[in-house]
Write a new protein. Structure first.
Length: 226
């Protein structure tokens, strides 16, 4: 009968597995449930995806960009509607600062290339040089503010000076965050389990280059709006 035949076939299969497979289930190319569990365990032990760090820095860049664009829009509107706009004389050191910041972007990229080649000694030297250049930029900004104060130009002197201090001060605060990130990457002894050194350097470079470009934009805006 068909029912008994099917039962007989099932019994033969079970006996064959017991004799030939040592009690183990057959292996499949796609991997059985045990392989899937092992893969899940391996995946859980891997470091988090780098995408979350790239996403985080992109979100930060967009937020900062929106903030400064709002300030720039207010600056343009105020400049156009003011009959007694008194432009701020840009301290010459700010032009030097611009060159320093652009140079820091170049040294950062050279550092990343050395890291990609496995030359960690050169990478650390160039990376620390980038950090020093960033600190020099911040010091130069402070000197520029002091020069304006010596001329009697303060935050509340007029609308133009207010925008100048807000632009340069807000940029300096955000750039200081970039310096902290540079120091963090330089202090890493080896590739960690959460974020590799190369990924950390790449994420930091995005932020640093953005701050460089933002400074050039702000300085051009202030110069044109004199």
């Amino acid at each position: 009968m068909p029912g008994k035949s099917a039962e007989h076939d099932i019994e033969l299969i079970i006996e064959d597995i017991g004799r030939g497979g040592g009690g183990k289930p057959p292996q499949r190319d796609g991997g059985d449930d045990g392989d899937s569990d092992g893969a899940r365990r391996r995946d859980s032990s891997r470091p988090p995806q780098r995408n979350r760090y790239y996403t985080a820095v992109i979100v930060a860049i967009v937020a900062i960009l929106v903030f400064f664009l709002a300030l720039a829009s207010a600056y343009i509107v105020r400049r156009g509607s003011s009959a007694n706009w008194t432009p701020v004389h840009i301290p010459p050191i700010l032009w030097v600062n611009t060159l320093v910041l652009l140079l820091s972007s170049a040294t950062l990229e050279f550092a990343r290339r050395k890291l990609a080649k496995g030359d960690f000694m050169s990478f650390r030297k160039l990376w620390m040089l980038t950090t020093i250049l960033g600190l020099l930029f911040l010091l130069g900004q402070f000197v520029g503010w002091r020069q304006l104060e010596a001329q009697g130009v303060f935050l509340a002197t007029n609308a133009a000076s207010s925008f100048f201090y807000v632009f340069t001060g807000a940029h300096a605060v955000h750039l200081f965050g970039g310096v902290i990130a540079l120091l963090y990457v330089a202090a890493r002894k080896s590739d960690g389990t959460r974020l590799s050194r190369s990924a950390a350097a790449e994420v930091t470079s995005y932020y640093w280059h953005f701050m460089d470009a933002l400074w050039v934009f702000l300085l051009a805006l202030i110069y044109i709006g004199r």
